[in-house]
Structures are given as C-alpha cells and as structure tokens.
Write a protein that binds this ligand. Structure first.
Ligand code: NAD
Length: 471
C-alpha cells in the first residue's frame, strides 16, 4: 500500500478508536466520517513546446459548517486518498480550535521544483479556474490556503484569478487565505502554524499531569528539540521556540540529510546557511549523521516532524527517544507508530491540535477580508490615549514618574500583529485545556490524540444535531 493509502487508513483507524468512546449515534458517526464531495480533474497546461496533463483534486470533507477550509498541496505524492485524509483532518482541526468551518483540502500532483515560475503560475491559475467552474472556491463556499509546496505567491495568483472571474463580488478577497499582507493578507499568517506548534509544546511542558508521565521538569527553557523539515512550519517552529522559549535546537533534518550539534544550532543561521548553499550539510558547528533517517533516534526532549505524513511508522517508531513528539506536519506518525511511541511512555501532541495555528490565523484573515478593515485600525489610538491618561493620572497622584521605556510598554495600543498573536495564543491555550478536560473525563483514554478526536467528534455531532439532520 502507498504511504498515502496508509495515511488515509491511519486517519480512519484513529477515528474508529476515538468514536468507540463516544455515545454518538452510529448513523451520525458514519456521516461525520465520509467525505461529502470529491472533485478530481485533469487539465492540460502548456509547458515549453508541449502540453502536460495535470492531475488535481479538491475534497470537501464536511459541509456541517460553511465555508469549508483547507490548504492546497503541490506534491508528486498527491493522490485521492491523501487529499481525503487531509480534508478529514481539517474538519476535526477546525472543530478543536473552534474555527467555524468544515474541512477541505486540495492537491495538485506535480513536483513544483520541476517547473519554472511562469509554468507554476499557469498551473495554479488553471487549477483555480477549474475550482470556480465547479463552485469549489468562494468566500462562502470553500476557502483554500497554503500547504506543502505552496505559499503566499500561489495564494496571490489564486485571488487574482478568482477576482478576474468574479469581479463584482464584494467579499472576493476572502476566497483564499495565506495571501501576501499587501494583497489582502494578514500580518502573522506566515509564522502562524509554527508559532501555534510552539504554544502547544509550551502548554504540555506547563501541565503537571503530563510532565509526571514523562518525568520532565516544568517549562520549555533549555529543553532540546530536533526538527524534520525546514519549510514554513519547521522553520517557524524552530525560530519562535528558540527566540521566545529559549529552547535548544540540537538536530535538523532536510531532504539532503541530518545535522546534529549537542551545543545547539542557531535556527536563523541554519536557515541563512541553507538559503545560501542549497543544503544544510556542512553547517558550521554541526556533524552530519550517516543516515538521513537517524533524526528520529536523536535523544531529545521534543521531536518535531514538520515535513510530510507517514515518516514515523511501525518500522522506526521504536527508535524514538524523545519525551514529546509534536506533530507539526499532518499525519507524520502512523496509527501503529503512535501506539508504539505511547506504549514507550512518550507523549504525542496530535496534528489536529498541534498545527491548528495556521487555520486559526487563516480564520482571522477571512474575518478581516469580510470586514474590509485591518485589525486594530479603529481602537489602537483610542487605547493608547486612554493608557497615556491613566499613566499621567497615576504620576500626578503619586508624584512619581515612570521611565520612558515603561511608558512605551504600558501605553502601547495593539497593532494587527499583536492582536493576531494574542488571538492565536488564546486559541492554542484554551483548546489545550478543552482537550485535557476530555482526557480527564474519559477514564479509558490514555493519549492526547484520542482526547482531541473525541472533543472534535462531539462538537461536529452537536452541530449536526442543531441543524436537525440527526435527532
Ligand atoms: P513546506 O513545503 O514549506 O516545507 C516542507 C519542508 O519539508 C521542505 O523544506 C522540504 O524540503 C522538507 N522535506 C520534505 N521531505 C522531507 C524528508 N523526507 N526529510 C526531511 N525534510 C523533508 O511545507 P509546510 O507548509 O511547512 O508543510 C509541512 C507540513 O505541515 C505538511 O504536512 C503540511 O500539511 C503541514 N501543515 C502546514 C500548514 C501551513 O500553514 N503551511 C498548516 C498546517 C499543517
């Protein structure tokens, strides 16, 4: 079976295991489990002097809330089962972080590295047209975002194509998220998934009930981390964890291999080195491990698979020596792999919660697009003036004055980036506690994935019941 097939099977298996703990009606469980709409399309694109037929998908897993939401992936590995599995995960992810969307996912079966920028633009625009033709995109229908192999550039092409066809739609900018900030995007979207991964890890290391299980001390400062994948998610997880949490990164793995340093690796320096040299190998102060796959076995506090699905399976899960594995990628650990890791006493922070920061900030971006105003524009100055008055009153009353630095901190009105980060942090913390409430109230549940899944299933089921579809 292909990795993608195994991934789909893993998601289904995780669903079944969690569903068995609930008292949701079997008919409703079946409705929640299946994909509501699957669109496969093959279209021709001119490449050089010839034409290439491109295979692509958009899957809407659940229409219990609209619009549906989920990234678009450009990868040679894309197939229907992979996109279905990813779309299903999006439904559960949105439910966990209280983002009011159904789950969806898109995939284009190409290796983006094999095409020029112009060719990629042609492919992206043609794919968007196919989605428009079938009503598989729109601010109230289905809202894509970046995923593996795509980023802000592709999202800008998608918006431009959509606007070309739907010029009069007042909310057209909300047809896609993850756009460049200057093209109707939002500050903080690029870093959002990685930042959210960091907040999730931080919550686990602040939770005495989990720390007892793994025999770890409180707090993330000084904890060691190994990251697989230095793309959007992996790089931002590393940067935020290092800069804000004082986490020590000791291993990095990419296509070309794995580097290690017990003294710690500066994440920004590693990213700069790879950008300049096209490889992470040879990064000063590090050694290269013999086998690229050895990243899994490095002894550390936190292991962060942030590349692709099914990288930790029944074949290598026994090699994991991390106390906590944070699923920054979607589906990096197979169901069997997860059982082995859990049995060996480590904690897995499940993908559907761990990497939900991206869709959370995408939701903020969509709200911004629908309201046609930047967050903070109405109240920043007002708050600043109020805080200034408070500080002045305090100084007059006490006869004491505060330093310029203190005044700057106390009187600062919130910019868009401050509000986005604050909303993201609040979401990741409150969702963690919802998952833990479920964990503690289901005595037979012994891992966070089942708890997160149960939490999501209960919320989706409750939506269906509110709709009156099921009694
Ligand atoms: P990306 O394309 O920006 O980065 C992926 C990185 O992984 C690349 O640098 C690639 O070279 C590397 N990689 C691929 N195969 C590898 C291997 N075998 N060993 C080591 N490195 C390898 O993609 P991304 O957006 O960072 O997404 C990564 C994962 O996170 C995917 O599973 C995606 O679905 C998930 N995710 C992404 C977002 C988002 O906002 N981008 C949100 C939620 C989940």
């Amino acid at each position: 079976m292909s990795n993608q097939g195994k991934f789909f099977e893993s998601v289904q298996r995780n669903f079944e295991r969690a569903a068995a703990h609930t008292d949701i009606h079997p008919g409703l469980l079946h409705q929640i489990k299946v994909c509501n709409a699957v669109y496969q399309v093959n279209f021709p694109v001119r490449i050089g002097d010839s034409y290439q037929v491109i295979e692509a998908y958009r899957v809407q897993h659940s229409h219990h809330r609209l619009p549906t939401k989920g990234g678009i992936r450009f990868s040679e590995m894309v197939d229907q089962e992979e996109v279905m599995a990813l779309a299903a995960l999006m439904t559960y992810k949105c439910a966990i972080v209280d983002v009011p969307f159904g789950g969806a996912k898109g995939g284009v079966k190409i290796n983006p590295r094999s095409f020029s920028t112009e060719e990629l633009e042609r492919i992206t625009r043609r794919y968007t047209v196919e989605l428009i033709r079938k009503n598989f995109i729109g601010p109230s229908l289905d809202v894509p975002a970046p995923d593996y192999g795509t980023g802000e550039r592709e999202m800008a092409w998608i918006l431009d194509t959509y606007q070309t066809f739907k010029g009069g739609e007042i909310d057209a900018a909300g047809c896609v998220t993850g756009k460049p900030v200057r093209q109707n995007g939002i500050s903080g979207r690029r870093e959002a998934t990685g930042r959210g991964v960091y907040y999730a890890i931080r919550e686990v290391f602040n939770d005495e009930s989990q720390l007892k299980k793994i025999g770890a001390t409180k707090g993330v400062a000084g904890k060691t981390m190994v990251i697989q994948g230095m793309g959007n998610v992996g790089s931002n997880t590393g940067l935020v964890a290092q800069q804000e949490g004082d986490v020590k990164i000791i291993g990095l793995s990419e296509f070309e291999g794995t580097v290690y340093s017990e003294n710690g690796i500066d994440m920004q320096a590693a990213l700069d080195y790879r950008a300049a040299n096209g490889t992470i190998l040879g990064l000063p102060g590090t050694v290269t491990l013999n086998d690229r796959g050895d990243w899994v076995a490095i002894e550390c506090d936190i292991l962060v698979p942030a590349a692709l699905e099914s990288v930790i399976t029944i074949d290598n899960a026994h090699r994991v020596r991390a106390k906590v594995v944070a699923e920054a990628a979607n589906g990096p650990i197979s169901a069997e792999g997860a059982e082995i890791i859990t049995k060996n006493g480590s904690i897995i922070i499940p993908d559907m919660y761990c990497n939900a920061g991206g869709v959370t900030v995408s939701y903020f971006e969509w709200l911004k697009n629908l309201s046609h105003i930047r967050f903070g524009r109405m109240d920043k100055r007002f708050n600043q003036n109020t805080y200034e008055n408070l500080v002045s009153t305090f100084e007059n009353m006490t006869g004491k004055s505060i330093t310029d630095r203190e005044r700057q901190i106390i009187t600062k009105g919130a910019d868009e980036i401050d509000l986005v980060r604050s909303g993201l942090e609040e979401t990741m913390i409150s969702s963690y506690h919802q998952i833990m409430d479920t964990y503690h109230s289901y005595p037979k549940v012994d891992n966070l994935r089942d708890a997160a899944f149960i939490c999501a299933l209960n919320k989706v089921a409750s939506d269906y019941m509110t709709l009156g579809v099921f009694p």
